[in-house]
Every structure is written in structure tokens, then in C-alpha cells.
Design a binder for this molecule. Structure first.
Ligand code: NAD
Length: 236
């Protein structure tokens, strides 16, 4: 692993056009569970699998049950950025990293100081009234019970892409642009099991694709580091 980390460091040192593409595994070292690790949400027992609860159909039909799970498992107001978030923010500040493309909805990249963050699946930080469109922060959801309401009486919905819902086309187009034109692409903390986000990898045309992940993922990489992403990025 040391050789691979050294090689990654050389790639990073030699580039000013790095793009990072990540998922829930980037935030596990901040204490937020992912979906597919051994202690991820798929291994915990609920009346329904997370994919069902976090679907558009479930949201529409069983909003109260959706919010019980959502508040309990998807909101982590105390979570702080870890070494991976911090390193990516530092690389952007140093003019080396062009964009972070994330499937996460936790806002930790921004909290660490990253500026160009493409949130493919939205953010828990933004919530809107389904009736009048008024916007609210996460506190409104945290400090409410049952279905959170707008002052107008409408239901609030998180600006998060639920299963069965389409991704924002403008965000996807930007993600494709950054990946397609990148020199070094680092993919980390994602099982690449969720589409269409996972399909973004095909747009990379370079020869420096690094994967930093616990466990194998199905992508043709030029460099694979099987380890904790915070620990690895702290060394480059
Ligand atoms: P996933 O759970 O399917 O896969 C996570 C991958 O990261 C796994 O391969 C796991 O082994 C690896 N991993 C876990 N901790 C790691 C670490 N410290 N270092 C390196 N690798 C690590 O996650 P996904 O691919 O992002 O897909 C899940 C979907 O769920 C996404 O769409 C995402 O929006 C959502 N989600 C988001 C959050 C969040 O915002 N923090 C949390 C859970 C789920």
C-alpha cells in the first residue's frame, strides 16, 4: 500500500487538474454510516430497507415514517469533516483540485472549506415548502416532530434526490465536464452501485484513475488503494 500511496502523491504533486468523485464512505470516518459497509445502514434492521424508505413513493405515501428514519439516520448535525474532507479542501485552495463531485448529502465538504462541490443527490441543508416554495435550513427539520411544516402550513421536503427521482441535469452536466477534462481522477468511498451517478466514471479519458476504497469496486483503475480514505489522503 505504501508504494501505491507514494505513486498517488506523485500524481497529485504533478497535477493542477484533479477531480474527486466520492460517496458515503468519505464520511464514515466522521461517524456517519454508509449504506453497504458491515456496519452500514443495509445491515441494520428496519421495517423496510433504506432504499425503500428513501424512495419517492414511500415519501409520498408514508411521510411521517420517512421523517422518523430521515431524522434518525440521515441527519448528523454534530458530524465534523475528517482528514479526507480537509485534504480535498486544501488541494482546491492550492489550485490543484478543480471539483469535488459527491453523492453525499451531508454538507461536510463545504464545512471543510471546499468551494466547488457538485452535490449529485442534493443536500440535507436545503429544504423547501411543497406548497409555497419557501426555503428552510436543516434546523427546521431537526427541531420539529412528525412531518415538518412551513409557516404557511405546507409540508417541507428536503432538497435531496430520493430513489425514483431524477438527478439535476445541470449538476450532472457539470460533473461530466469536470470528469471528462480532468487529468487525475480520484474515486473514493463509494460502492459505485447507485446509478446514474456511478455511470459518470465512463467520461474519464485519462490514464490516472485512482481508487481509494475499503473493498473492491467495479471500475478499471490505474491505481487501487484498499484502505480508509481519511488515513490515506492524510499521507499525500
Ligand atoms: P455505499 O454505502 O454504497 O458504499 C460506500 C463504500 O465506501 C463501500 O464500498 C465501503 O466499503 C466504502 N467505505 C466505507 N468507509 C470507508 C472509508 N473510511 N474509506 C474508504 N472507503 C470506505 O455508498 P455510496 O456509493 O455513496 O452510495 C450510497 C448512496 O447513499 C449515495 O447515493 C448517497 O447519496 C447516500 N448516502 C449518503 C450519506 C452521506 O451523505 N454521508 C450516507 C449514507 C448514504
Amino acid at each position: 500500500m505504501e508504494d501505491a500511496i507514494r505513486r498517488l502523491k506523485e500524481w497529485i504533486d504533478g497535477s493542477d487538474n484533479i477531480v474527486f468523485f466520492g460517496g458515503a464512505g468519505v464520511s464514515t470516518e466522521s461517524g456517519i454510516p454508509d449504506f453497504r459497509s458491515v456496519d452500514g445502514l443495509y445491515r441494520q434492521k428496519y421495517a423496510y430497507p433504506p432504499e425503500t424508505i428513501l424512495s419517492h413513493t414511500f415519501y409520498v405515501r408514508r411521510k411521517e415514517a420517512f421523517y422518523a428514519f430521515y431524522r434518525d439516520k440521515m441527519l448528523a448535525p454534530e458530524a465534523q469533516p475528517n482528514a479526507a474532507h480537509r485534504k480535498l479542501a486544501a488541494l482546491e485552495a492550492a489550485g490543484k483540485l478543480r471539483a469535488v463531485i459527491t453523492q453525499n448529502i451531508d454538507g461536510l465538504h463545504q464545512k471543510a472549506g471546499s468551494r466547488r462541490v457538485l452535490e449529485l443527490h442534493g443536500s440535507v441543508a436545503r429544504n423547501y415548502c411543497e406548497r409555497c416554495g419557501r426555503l428552510y435550513g436543516v434546523d427546521r427539520i431537526l427541531h420539529s416532530a412528525g412531518i415538518p411544516k412551513c409557516d404557511c402550513g405546507g409540508d417541507l421536503k428536503p432538497d435531496v434526490v430520493l430513489y425514483e427521482e431524477p438527478l439535476d441535469e445541470a449538476v450532472m452536466a457539470q460533473a461530466i465536464h469536470y470528469i471528462r477534462s480532468s487529468d487525475v481522477l480520484i474515486i473514493g468511498g463509494t460502492s459505485l452501485a447507485v446509478y446514474p451517478a456511478a455511470g459518470l466514471v465512463q467520461y474519464y479519458k485519462g490514464k490516472k484513475l485512482a481508487v481509494i476504497n475499503k473493498g473492491a469496486i467495479g471500475v478499471r483503475a490505474d491505481l487501487v488503494i484498499d484502505g480508509a480514505i481519511g488515513e490515506v489522503l492524510a499521507q499525500v
